[in-house]
Design a protein around this ligand. Structure first.
Ligand code: HSE
Length: 443
């Protein structure tokens, strides 16, 4: 293998993350040279609008509007795909991999939707696809699962994977600030996706959960095979009620594997976590992941989950791996990271049916404040064998209505869905009920 003396980096996309990568690499070029023994060059960058003001100074000669030209430039060794989305980003990624290059990506949606195709292209053409920045911002969770925890089989992984939602929920609790104002701040700070619905409706966390499930269990679970609920219906009433019950509310991704039945479940939903749980105290833009393995037990990772610098930190860690690949030929276990989990020819896990996914539940209903309402609701829960644990009634925000909050004992997703469907049909129920899960995790 010819060891290059200069390694050229091409950036496709110079938004929040791209500018962060440029800034931090430029600043540490001498250290990187000293550590890796090669000169690193920020060679070219593709942007939509070369004239747009940016926080980093880039000579005009290095800018182009042609991302595919950067991806296939024979002088470029490492292509950073920081465009986002799944159209041009996919074309750029596949073109670079077909040219045998190393692609570094923060694009969780792309990986979740096209991971099979991307890894196949990397394998076929001798390229590599590195994606540390795709999950949990600056936390090196991909490396942890792929390398540090390789001895383990994972029974439970759960975490706060969306910085924007955590930032919103934290400020709603601490300041009682209006949702729209907090979301606008999250966008200004570079936390939120261009399409904020990806954050607040849970899809961004679902993409990340899919990647973690792949790393841990070797199978791709698509978002339409998951339970995905976002935070947009959480109100001050829910946050206060959760606090009164001894919980706080976090948007969690939860990945379980039952090795007895060989079933996995992957889901994303707002969850009531006991106030003293470690993740309950992870606030603002921070992410956290709890990983339980059969050898190591539980390990927990906390750090900034979004924003320019945290994400740039993860991208640069992949660039460092790419340099090692180019200079020392060190294999990064990136293309089929978890085939080794399917030990001794074991079969790939199956998706757990809804009836096997168990939890306690929190249900908030806006109901007419009149006799017999509670009895009608209790009849429905009894018919679905859902056992009520607590009932609280309080004034609702709208007149002539009450908020009725139930918590249940352990039940399952199938039973609770029947319950919800039937409750929503009652004349005395004025809005679709809100369902939250209660997270008492057995680590
Ligand atoms: N919008 C994402 C978040 C960015 O808020 O977590 C990091 O992936």
């Amino acid at each position: 293998m010819n060891k290059p003396t200069v390694i050229n980096i091409g950036l496709c996309g110079l938004g929040t993350v791209g500018q962060g990568v440029w800034k931090h690499i430029e600043r540490s070029l001498p250290e990187l040279k000293a550590r890796f023994g090669v000169k690193l060059e920020l060679y070219r960058a593709a942007v939509k609008d070369p004239k747009k003001p940016r926080s980093v100074e880039i000579p005009a000669s290095k800018l182009t509007t042609d991302a595919l030209a950067v991806a296939t430039d024979p002088h470029v060794h490492i292509v950073c795909e920081l465009i986002g989305g799944t159209t041009l980003a996919r074309d750029v990624t596949l073109a670079a991999l077909k040219a045998g290059k190393i692609v570094v990506s923060a694009n969780k949606a792309l990986l979740c939707e096209h991971g099979v195709e991307i890894f196949a292209a990397a394998k076929k053409h001798g390229g590599h696809f590195l994606f540390e920045a795709s999950v949990a911002g600056g936390i090196p969770i991909i490396k942890a699962l792929r390398e540090g925890l390789i001895a383990n089989r994972f029974t439970l992984i759960y975490g706060i994977l969306n910085g924007t939602c955590n930032y919103i929920l934290t400020r709603m609790v601490k300041e009682g600030a209006p949702y729209a104002e907090i979301l606008a701040d999250a966008k200004r700070l570079g936390y939120a996706e261009a399409d904020e619905a990806l954050d607040v409706q849970g899809w961004d966390a679902a993409h990340k959960a899919s990647i973690l499930a792949y790393l841990a269990h070797g199978v791709w679970v698509k978002t339409d095979q998951m339970i995905v609920d976002g935070i947009s219906r959480i109100t001050q009433t829910d946050l206060k009620m959760a606090a009164q019950l001894g919980y706080c509310i976090k948007l969690l991704a939860v990945i379980t594997r039952d090795f007895a039945t060989n079933e996995i479940s992957v889901r994303v939903h707002p969850t009531l976590l006991p106030k003293d749980a470690v993740l309950a105290n992870v606030n603002s833009v921070f992410n956290a992941i709890s990983v339980t393995g059969d050898v190591v037990g539980t390990t927990t990772y906390i750090g900034r989950g979004a924003g320019q610098d945290a994400t740039a930190s993860a991208v640069i860690s992949d660039i460092a791996d790419a340099i090692t690949l180019l200079t020392a030929g060190k294999a990064v276990v990136a293309c089929a990271p978890s085939e080794n989990q399917l030990r001794g020819g074991a079969e790939a896990p199956k998706l757990a049916p809804l009836g096997h996914i168990r939890s306690r539940y929190y249900l908030r209903m806006t109901v007419k404040d009149e006799p017999g309402v509670l009895a009608q609701i209790a009849t429905i829960t009894a018919e679905s064998s859902v056992s009520i644990a607590t009932v609280i009634q309080m004034a609702a925000e709208r007149p002539d209505a009450a908020s009725l909050i139930l918590t249940t004992h352990q039940s399952d997703e199938r039973a609770i869905r029947h319950t919800l469907t039937d409750i929503a049909k009652l004349d005395c129920v004025l809005e679709p009920p809100l369902l939250l899960r209660i997270g008492d995790f057995q680590e």
